[in-house]
Design a protein around this ligand. Sequence first.
Ligand code: CU
Length: 127
Amino acid sequence: MEQTMYCVVNKPVKLIIGSRDVIHDVGLSHFRMKMDAVPGTPTTMWFKPVVTTAKMKELTKNPNFVYEISCDQMCGNGHYSMRGVIEVVEQAEYDAWIAKQKPKYASVFASAEAPKADTTKAIAAVK
Ligand SMILES: [Cu+2]
């Protein structure tokens, strides 16, 4: 399942990155950044998005433009699916989005199935 990380334009974002299985790599190709995700050794990376996704759709003349976040390390069978989207929005849009979110931790711990260990989950925990 593709996940979306919402960020506010012109506000710094710090990712605290880990892995529960093998070495992955968090890649933000549009920001020209990447950082390894290493089991047992947390890494960090920060960035400040300065152009909203909506503005990038205009600038690129591509109505389907999305900022991508992906695993940039060939890590195994699931590598092809380790991809998400970063949605860069204005503060008001972010506030409206966050107000509609439900806590995820309660449902994770109540579930009999443990969360899948992959880079995307680690990233999702940061947002
Ligand atoms: Cu991978």
